[in-house]
Design a protein around this ligand. Structure first.
Ligand SMILES: Nc1ncnc2c1ncn2[C@@H]1O[C@H](COP(=O)(O)OP(=O)(O)OP(=O)(O)O)[C@@H](O)[C@H]1O
Ligand SMILES: [Mg+2]
Length: 314
């Protein structure tokens, strides 16, 4: 079983060389490991020896089976978690705490229950700005009006209707709340955007529309995006680069490293043509096979697990 999985590991076609363009490194992880305590003085290694460099403006999609450390990776870059060993830098500076450089759409997002949709989205930038200007200055109120317009535009792009903007979180579906959380992160215009399964609660057609929207936001302002998904097709439609986390084939422990780090050849096509590309299904299958070969090392995993929890159906 194990050797069959190893033998089945496909080789991806070599990617044609691109002319080298010097680009600023936005995110750098050097030899990063994360251990979590797991009772009785024991610890469990989740990530081990991760080396990763992401240039400014890349759209990196992170794939990997459940529990392999994708959210942990994002939290390290955000500054919500710190590595047990190694270093994490954003824009050349060590990450020591959460700051305005990174916007974050968490896997388990939470909105302020006592604020409306608009109130939730405005909260971050309004508070950041009122600290500098003071709410009593006319310039703050001018800024606030402009901000409201912009917030309305982002919420509209996320498919919320004008009548939704005065609703409270308990009046929204899970998918609507998720879209509010995305608009909230976008309005802060962070240079780095960390999105953890940001589309997981959406039905296929809304998800498709949002994929298009997030791609156009990325084209407009070129933030560096790290986008976690279980959906390989989504990864290939959105990313300029794919990273697959998982166990190396010679490692029987649960610790994860980077199994695959590849430029996404489909990212050279216009967005609208990617879904029809014959390459889409071919690369999708190859990535899934590599993931499955790693996840089935101990023979306990089901092939369907990699796509779990939402599968690749769109
Ligand atoms: N604060 C913590 N304390 C102890 N263990 C943790 C902590 N955070 C995460 N873990 C463990 O680390 C492993 C990786 O968790 P993580 O949430 O990063 O996985 P994931 O790849 O995002 O999974 P999923 O696809 O299910 O979201 C899991 O086994 C999890 O139980
Ligand atoms: Mg996660």
């Amino acid at each position: 079983m194990v050797s069959a999985a190893l033998a089945a590991r496909p080789q991806l076609d070599p990617i044609p060389a691109l002319a080298p363009v010097p680009r600023r490194t936005e995110i750098a992880l050097r030899n990063v490991s994360v251990l979590y305590p797991c009772g009785r003085g024991d610890s469990k290694t989740v990530l081990s020896g991760i080396d990763l460099e992401i240039a400014a403006g890349e759209f990196v999609v992170v794939l990997g089976e459940t529990g392999c450390g994708k959210s942990t990776l994002l939290r390290l870059i955000l500054g919500e978690d710190s590595p047990t060993a190694g270093s994490v830098q954003v824009d050349g500076k060590p990450v020591t705490r959460i700051d305005a450089r990174c916007g974050y759409v968490p896997q388990k997002y939470s909105l302020f229950p006592d604020r409306t949709v608009m109130g939730n989205v405005m909260y971050g930038p309004e508070n950041a700005r009122s600290g500098i200007l003071g709410r009593w200055r006319p310039s703050f109120w001018r800024y606030r009006r402009e901000l409201r317009d912009e917030a309305g535009q982002y919420l509209g792009r996320m498919g919320l209707r004008p009548q939704d903007l005065t609703k409270y979180p308990h009046q929204l579906s899970g998918g609507m709340q998720q879209r509010v959380a995305i608009a909230q992160a976008l309005l802060m215009r962070p240079p780095v955007l960390l999105m953890d399964e940001a589309f997981s609660a959406l039905d296929p057609s809304t998800r498709s529309r949002l994929q298009e929207q997030i791609h156009s936001v990325w084209l407009e302002s070129r933030p560096t995006i790290l986008f976690v998904t279980h959906n390989t097709q989504e990864a290939l439609l959105l990313g300029t680069r794919l990273i697959l986390l998982g166990r190396h084939l010679d490692d029987r422990s649960q610790r994860s490293n980077i199994l695959l780090d590849m430029e996404n050849p489909l990212s050279r096509l216009p967005f609208a043509r990617r879904a029809q590309s014959p390459e889409l299904h071919r690369i999708q299958e190859q990535v899934k096979q590599i993931a499955f070969a790693a996840s089935s090392m101990d023979g306990t995993e089901d092939p369907a697990e990699f796509a779990n929890p939402e599968s690749d159906s769109q």
